[in-house]
Design a binder for this molecule. Structure first.
Ligand code: SF4
Ligand code: SF4
Length: 516
């Protein structure tokens, strides 16, 4: 755990809304993408590093006009806020940093004030009366800072009586900023790797093959059963599209082992793809629909080339948000897939169905050393379902956990389901240059976790978001917990599942030992 020169927020038994501290996070900005990363994305770069492109102001306003006419929701969000204040204390970044510009309404206002100035009658002629401001370089830099202090989690939208979605405002702002030379380095560095290599990590095919072979050996050593991790196998029934963190990071990789065991136990044929070896879609984070489309099209190409009949997504929050909501419009029609199954399907739906049909042999006691709680990933909780009923995104993961674990306790009601708190690292903010924001933004989730640890003896938190898992492994130690307290849901499935033939040799030899 690296030492930091700022204070980690305290956690309390009951949430405390902080007194505001003007400018507390004004210094927080992610690295701006250098020319190479802007040009890799096809985005313009300024002549001098750190400057804006020539004619930036006209360009920004032109883009804004275009977005306002294309996306009616954005226009409505700019117009209808009544400043009721219901959202002000709902953002984890405000709660953790006390910076008033991290209140969702204030974040929206960074764009709204410019909107008023250039796109409303009152703002054009009486700007001061309606809080309209000129678009200056200072305003742009403020936007860059605070629109990168929003994880697009939509918690504020749940509490806004008008449903104003700050995530959408953030996405629009980030896209416009990138187009005037202020793209974010972290996202712009990652997206081209997906196009060139197939995944966010830049893990080439030979390395992927090596990793998967290593996993097969590891699992065989562990349970003495050969569980396959197939790659690019034509004619397989299912294409698994999973976040690349599942190939190497802890606890993600234990989740991947869990998916493989479930597929093995149910007898389906499946494969991963080297072309689409990434479920993540950072096009969402930068608010660029064309990037979202191109990233999604890799999955379509891979599915067609491999001749699969079904597509299943692994544990990744924002990937599922994009897939659930947009895969059809971005990369459909999917008429070449089997229409008897959801397109796409979440791995938890598959596992729950297998559990319901008694296809899995489960020994829940294998997880008895843990008492679990569950972190609802915001992208899944507030932007999708996992199943076909209202609220299935909350019930399905819990049903699976309870089917494989004896000990489970939810965190406080006001911090789960659609009121869940973001892990603090979502929305393209999982970068070391935003570590202070990530640590402070994690405060509300850490608080509810610590309370359920103290009150109910919870030892571990399960999650189904790849970013959530990475963020928690990093922040848990700063809040007095350990990084291994975060687990994948399919890690729990993996622990509890007993595959056919598993343990037989061991018990035979045990019998022989006893007889001898
Ligand atoms: S979308 Fe989430 S991170 Fe962004 S302002 Fe709303 S609550 Fe905060
Ligand atoms: S809750 Fe909605 S209407 Fe009220 S201040 Fe926030 S964004 Fe505006």
């Amino acid at each position: 755990m690296a030492k930091v020169d700022y204070e980690i927020p305290e956690t309390h038994e009951f949430p405390i809304i902080p007194s505001i501290m003007e400018g507390a996070m004004a210094h927080s900005s992610p690295f701006v993408a250098a020319e190479e990363f802007q040009s890799d994305m096809g985005f313009p770069s300024p002549e001098e590093k750190g400057q804006l492109i020539e004619g930036w102001k006209e360009k920004f306003l032109e883009l804004m006009e275009d977005k306002l006419s294309k996306y009616r929701s954005l226009q409505v969000f700019m117009d209808i806020c009544v400043k009721c204040g219901a959202c002000t204390d709902k953002c984890h970044y405000f709660i953790g940093t006390a910076d008033p510009k991290n209140m969702p309404v204030a974040r929206q206002d960074l764009l709204r004030k410019v909107y008023r100035r250039y796109f409303t009658f009152a703002g054009k002629y009486f700007p001061k009366l309606v809080g309209a401001i000129d678009l200056t370089e200072e305003v742009i830099r403020d936007m860059y800072s605070y629109f990168h202090q929003c994880s697009e989690c939509r918690r504020c939208a749940v509490f806004c009586p008008f449903g104003i979605d700050t995530a959408e405002v953030t996405m629009a702002a980030r896209d416009m900023l990138a187009m005037i030379g202020m793209g974010q380095k972290y996202s712009n560095q990652i997206i081209p790797k997906v196009h060139k290599i197939g995944n966010n990590l830049g893990l080439p095919e030979p390395a992927l093959i090596d990793t998967l072979e290593g996993l097969e050996e590891e699992v065989e050593e562990d349970i003495e059963i050969k569980v396959r991790f197939p790659l690019d196998e034509k004619g397989a029934e299912i294409l698994l599209v999973t976040p690349s963190a599942d190939f190497f990071a802890e606890p993600h990789i234990d989740g991947l082992i869990g998916y493989a065991k479930v597929f093995h136990a149910t007898g389906v044929t499946w494969t991963m793809s080297s072309k689409a070896s990434e479920a993540a879609n950072f096009g969402l984070f930068i608010g660029n629909y064309e990037q979202m489309r191109q990233i999604s099209l890799r999955i379509r190409d891979a599915a067609k080339e491999l001749g699969v009949r079904r597509i299943i997504f692994g544990e990744c929050g924002h990937a599922w948000r994009v897939a659930y909501n947009h895969l059809n419009t971005l990369a459909g029609p999917w008429d070449f897939l089997d229409q008897n199954y959801p397109i796409p399907q979440h791995i938890l739906e598959f596992t729950k169905d297998a559990l319901d049909r008694n296809l899995l042999n489960i020994d829940k006691s294998e997880n008895d050393h843990m008492t679990l709680t569950f972190h609802d990933s915001c992208n899944i909780a507030r932007a999708s379902r996992i199943g076909d009923t209202v609220g299935s995104q909350f019930t399905t993961p819990r049903q699976v956990i309870k089917a494989v674990c004896n000990n489970f306790h939810d965190m406080a009601a006001e911090t789960i389901h659609d009121a869940t708190f973001c892990c603090g690292g979502g929305g393209g903010l999982l970068t070391d240059d935003l570590m202070e924001l990530r640590l402070k933004g994690a405060q509300p989730r850490m608080e509810s976790l610590k309370n359920v640890v103290a009150d109910h003896g919870v030892t571990h938190m399960a999650a189904i978001g790849a970013i959530c898992k990475s963020q928690f492994t990093k922040v848990l130690p700063y809040y007095g917990m350990t990084m291994d307290q975060i687990v994948s849901v399919h890690q729990l499935v993996s622990n509890a599942i007993i595959l056919e033939g598993q343990g037989e040799e061991t018990s035979d030899s045990d019998d022989a030992d006893e007889a001898a």
